[in-house]
Write a protein that binds this ligand. Structure first.
Ligand code: G1P
Length: 290
């Protein structure tokens, strides 16, 4: 008998339906996912990361005021206008018409995903990686090898920052990959079981949709994907974590503090202007110090 075909992940979902209230007024009439970080809007980096992992079918879940995202990925005529790395991707769009939370946004992907495992990448954070292919291949490898129901990318954050993230309780001492024992969405500093924060990249088995249907509203009255995975764990399904490694950094666009950092970091590595911009920034800061 022929060996079974290795599982390949062919589909990715990008939830991009959040209102971006923490970035007003910049997001009053445009999606936060379209804010430029260096030369490109943040969502382009997210799509490029997915395309680099050899996934070419993408669904973006949008909402009001998000049409600029669809316009951005249209190819006009023969020139890809800087979209060369993603020009081969099949882009699909659907709308979350009521803001019921991240898990509800992901639930909108069920008809697109069918019965296959899939990647979810949040549209408001980009992950810089020195590793060829980025973080997704590692996440997918762990997911397939462990037969996981969900696999999550984690970043270690400062203890006072746990209140902004989903936080893991690892089963035992966490290595680069670890079994997750429990998850809490945005715990208080006192209640946080670790400083391992959900970093906005997930792989799910299609059974996630059954668990989303059973998830009650949680933090902020929204249906949280962290709570969905908690239900999976309570049913004994394997949920795995992969830690971001050396040379990997998450740049978050969710608030101005992190957005400014992300922009600075990407402007500094711009192929044409990065060096010159770095000199300008240094001179400008020296001037202030005088
Ligand atoms: C979401 C998730 C949270 C995760 C975070 C990463 O929160 O609910 O678990 O840690 O993204 O950026 P949000 O930032 O949308 O409030």
């Amino acid at each position: 008998m022929a060996a079974p075909e290795p599982i390949r992940i062919r589909k990715a979902v990008i939830p991009a339906a959040g209102f971006g209230t923490r970035l007003l007024p910049a997001t009053k009439s445009q999606p936060k996912e379209m804010l430029p970080v260096g030369r490109k809007p943040v969502i382009q980096y997210v799509v490029e990361e997915i395309a680099a992992a050899d996934i070419a079918q993408l669904l973006i879940v949008t909402s009001q005021q998000k049409r600029a995202i669809e316009d951005h990925f249209d190819l006009n005529g023969s020139s890809a206008h800087g979209l060369d790395e993603v020009a081969h991707c099949q882009m699909h769009y659907t709308r979350q018409s009521v803001p019921k939370g991240l898990a509800d946004a992901i639930a909108h992907a069920e008809p697109f995903v069918g019965g296959e495992p899939f990647v979810v990448s949040l549209g408001d954070s980009l992950i810089r990686s020195m590793n060829p292919g980025g973080v997704l291949p590692r996440l997918i490898d762990t997911h397939v090898r462990e037969g996981a129901a969900a696999t999550i990318l984690f970043e270690t954050v400062a203890p006072e920052d746990v209140i902004r993230y989903g936080i893991a309780k690892p089963a035992g001492d966490p290595g680069q990959e670890f079994a997750v024992a429990d998850l809490i969405e945005k715990p208080s500093v006192e209640d946080a079981p670790s400083t391992l924060a959900v970093a906005g990249r997930y792989v799910f088995a299609p059974t996630v949709f059954d668990y989303i249907r059973r998830t009650q509203p949680g933090r902020g009255g929204e249906i949280q994907i962290t709570d969905t995975m908690r239900l999976m764990l309570q049913d004994g399904l394997p949920v795995w974590g992969v830690r971001m490694g050396e040379g990997e950094r998450r740049l978050d666009i969710g608030n101005y503090r992190s957005y400014f950092r992300a922009f600075l970091e990407m402007a500094l590595i711009d192929p044409d202007f990065g060096e010159e911009f770095g000199e300008f920034a240094r001179a400008r800061l020296d001037q202030d110090a005088e």
